[in-house]
Design a protein around this ligand. Structure first.
Ligand code: PRX
Length: 637
């Protein structure tokens, strides 16, 4: 184990470790990572309570954690708050009022900057618009947009009035959107005409219209004009955002709804093992404590920073670390609309230089993608403003880690490899800037979080033994339930280690002799494609909704840039002609979205199944990879 916290990078005694410089440690919020971890783990509730006290509350809590109804845990019980109180309202009383909250750049070069004051005005106006459409506390509002400032305004306005947002990633398509609208029973949908992506426009409104037609709950659709393309507007149902915001009802005065700490704040759909996507539910109190504490400590956020989380607000990374976390901390957050390599592969680095970004957070797939273009692209720009880097979403291979560290971080910026999930709300395994790093490992759990790698019987795995990654104690940002399906919440996360009361992450991992965690991948039927989380069942149902496909099974196969790509096995419907591969891909794209499109499609006569009818993906994987199929004794046929 490294003894000193600040030796030079990669000493000869410890070639595996990358140490932060003395300067990084000296300036960091947390100077001794292990000391804080130990202290917090001795008394996690005291640690989280201290963090909660750094926020404003309308009324303080009477109990930090209520565990009598576990796994339906409650945090900061009796407390009254609203995430907007901390993200916007409290900044009105000091200099942050005039600080930039948001800097936005469109792919076509458009720019928007907004101070905290201005952002709050816009949010208040839209909150009043939503109220005028009958949206009340507890109602769900679905938001389906490109990466534009109005997306953030719509999220904040929804939460401000006590309603619950369900943001659907703009890369999803008709069926995925319809299903999510239906599950949330949203009466209001906020969307935009189109989005810019790699010089072209994506027709989001057309997809939204089709989805609204299929789901049958939506009464009002509010559309932001971004691209100016022709769209179909239905009288009595459709309104332009800019028209509504110009009406007298859109007053910039609006009271923030006082919520119980445990009141729902948002639903975010994510893929699970079986069937339909699950609506992961987060609440007002614990969520904001968790994400503000992690952002402050992990990314060492300071008032002078310019923060760029290059995710999409439609995923949990965007919710927690583009929108809510930075605003709660009063930071300046940058958001970019389009593709990273458009019009040239230096687009990102150009913006880092132009805006003086100091901390950057992205996914391994983006790093690998940009790495392919070579070092000359980042070298064209002065990106020395960067002081800290981050990654999330999938394991980062050491080669990409080293490139990111050396080429983007000048060999000086520590990389925070953060492991977490939609369900956890915020970071769970992550270094802090003062931690010695190993490329490819997220190091150890965040202070106050108790995690382990265990065997199926619950015993701890030995060093470097692969096992199940579990969370052993509750944490404030945890999901509270699966929306509308509490049984599924228990079944999915808490049944495997029921006796021990541990949360099962669904990941496999190893812990090395230094106690560092190494994530291997998913143990269930979830595939991570370019960091996006997809359920095999969703992709399969998109395939079989094509008339020529009667049955389908998909698996993930390794890919150098995307981590995994989808390989689909399809059985033809009796009597149907074989559809072209492109036609089938197009069909999946229009049902589910581009991220779900299989890279390979193979037609087969049968699928390997167990006697109970479960598809043996292991066998399919071996076939796709040209490997030995292993033990086939459980095969039905
Ligand atoms: O498999 C893990 C992987 O992403 C899963 C969670 O996906 P999602 O809910 O979409 O959230 C992604 C963004 C927080 C995990 O179960 N994962 C996430 N971060 C990492 C990771 N795998 C390895 N290293 C990471 N840093």
């Amino acid at each position: 184990m490294p003894r000193k916290s600040t030796p030079p990078a990669s000493t000869s005694e410890n070639p595996d470790f990358y140490y932060p410089s003395r300067d990084v440690v000296r300036k960091a919020h947390v100077k001794d990572w292990e000391k804080l971890r130990k202290k917090a783990l001795d008394d996690p509730l005291a640690f989280w309570e201290e963090r909660a006290k750094e926020l404003d509350w309308y009324k303080p809590w009477t109990k930090v954690l209520e565990d009598s109804k576990a796994p339906f845990y409650e945090w900061f019980v009796g407390g009254k708050t609203n995430v907007i109180l901390n993200a916007l309202d409290r900044h009105m009383r000091d200099a942050r009022k005039n600080k930039l909250a948001l800097i936005w750049e469109g792919e076509n070069g458009d720019q928007v900057t907004m101070s905290y004051y201005r952002l709050r005005q816009e949010v208040n106006k839209f909150a009043n618009v939503l109220k005028s459409m009958g949206v009340r506390k507890g109602d769900r509002v679905t938001i389906y947009m490109g990466r534009i400032p109005e997306l953030i305004i719509a999220m904040l306005a929804t939460v401000k009035i006590g309603a619950v947002h369900s943001v659907v990633y703009g890369g999803f398509s008709t069926e995925a959107l319809a299903e999510r609208i239906e599950d949330a029973r949203s009466r209001v949908l906020v969307t935009c005409d189109g989005a810019w992506l790699r010089g072209k426009t994506v027709n989001l409104k057309e997809i939204a219209n089709e989805a609204v037609g299929r789901s049958g709950y939506v009464e009002h659709v509010i559309t932001v004009q971004r691209t100016g393309q022709d769209v179909e507007m239905v009288t009595g149902r459709d309104y332009w955002y800019h028209d509504l915001m110009a009406l007298p009802i859109a007053s910039p005065k609006c009271e923030t709804e006082q919520m119980d700490a445990e009141d729902p704040m948002f639903i975010l759909y994510t893929s699970g093992t079986t069937g339909r996507p699950k609506g992961v539910l987060h609440t007002h109190g614990g969520y904001q404590v968790h994400i503000s504490a992690t952002l402050k400590y992990v990314f060492d956020m300071k008032d002078e920073d310019r923060w760029w989380c290059a995710a999409d607000p439609g995923w949990i990374t965007g919710h927690s670390y583009i929108v809510y976390g930075p605003l709660i901390l009063g930071a300046t957050s940058f958001m970019y609309e389009g593709g990273p390599d458009y019009p040239y592969p230096d687009r990102w680095w150009k913006m880092v230089e132009e805006y003086g970004i100091t901390i950057m957070y992205t996914a391994p797939t983006a790093i690998r993608g940009l790495m392919r273009f070579g070092e000359s692209w980042p070298e064209r720009h002065d990106i020395s403003s960067l002081r800290l880097l981050g990654t999330v979403g999938e394991p980062i291979n050491p080669e990409a880690w080293r490139w990111y560290h050396r080429v983007i971080g000048r060999g000086e910026c520590p990389i925070m490899d953060t492991w977490w999930q939609t369900e956890t709300g915020g970071h769970m395994i992550t270094p802090l800037p003062s931690a010695p790093l190993k490329p490819g490992s997220g190091t150890k759990p965040f202070p106050g979080v108790d995690m382990d790698v265990v065997r199926d019987d619950g015993s701890s795995c030995g060093p470097n033994e692969e096992g199940r990654l579990v969370i052993k104690n509750p944490w404030p940002g945890m999901l509270r339930t699966v929306y509308g399906d509490p049984d599924r919440y228990i079944e999915q996360y808490w049944s495997f280690f029921k006796e021990q009361g541990w949360y099962m992450t669904g990941d496999s991992a190893k812990k090395d002799e230094d106690g560092y965690f190494w994530i291997i991948g998913r143990l269930d039927d979830v595939i991570k494609v370019a960091g996006y989380r997809l359920g095999t069942a969703e992709v399969e149902s998109a395939l079989v909704s094509h008339p020529a496909v009667s049955e389908a099974a998909v698996i993930g196969v390794p890919d150098e840039v995307k981590g995994n790509v989808i390989h689909a096995f399809c059985i033809l419907t009796a009597g149907a002609g074989k559809p072209g591969e492109d036609a089938l891909k197009k069909h999946v794209r229009s049902e589910m979205g581009p991220i779900a499109v299989p890279a390979h499609i193979e037609f087969v006569d049968s699928l390997p199944k167990t006697r109970s009818g479960k598809i043996m993906r292991r066998v399919l994987r071996a076939r796709a990879m040209g490997e030995d199929e292993g033990d086939l004794s459980t095969l039905a046929d």
